[in-house]
Write a protein that binds this ligand. Sequence first.
Ligand code: ADP
Ligand code: ZN
Length: 223
Amino acid sequence: MTSAVIMLGPPGAGKGTQAVRLAVELGLPHVSTGDLFRENLSNETDLGKLAKTYMEAGKLVPDDVVIDMLFGRVAADDCNGGYLLDGFPRTVAQAEALSERLADGWTTRTLQLDVPDESLVERASGRLLCKDCGNIHHEKYKAPAAEGVCDACGGELYKRADDNAETVQERLAVYHNETKPLIQYYDERGTLDVVDGSRTPDEVFNDLRGLLSVSGAPGQEVT
Ligand code: ADP
Ligand code: ZN
């Protein structure tokens, strides 16, 4: 059965870190709307220019814009066998658009990373990203061996413009207002699994992998 796997969680919950690993594990493309917007930003496309003000303020880009971009991306051949969504849907309107689009024979699996608000600002505002491979470090929790240099590939590390304490607070507020209702949305449809995202990345990954393993039985151990 073809699946759209949805990663749900507040900013700083570790969605990106886990999505990259899970995508490799599952052999599915990792489709991150945040990454798609950042690509458009650095290429200075019209879409990038439109998204910029919203992103820098920690606000959501309007639904119709995001939905168009996302549907364009998942129409590509590499998504025919399923894909892993990171950062989409973020509103009920986006979730409804996705449900409508997914034809018969597609299932959705929703994985929610649960992390208490207290840790999120520090997690997100200390984040360092690799320009070359997308690897995610953290100033305090996962400091690179050499300052400013990615452990994985030697690329240059940078800080996202919206990863400052003030904007992270705003993104968190937006998450509570707009995105949290999706927990209920997917729970009602029976596709939701919740994982405690406050543990180590390896522990979280093991749980996620277990949930997605062959039979897909929740809580199943993977050896
Ligand atoms: P986070 O680290 O908070 O999960 P992302 O990298 O997913 O952030 O997204 C960065 C920004 O891009 C968001 O704050 C928002 O402005 C915009 N964005 C990404 N995905 C969406 C979406 N599905 N709907 C609206 N805006 C989005
Ligand atoms: Zn790198």
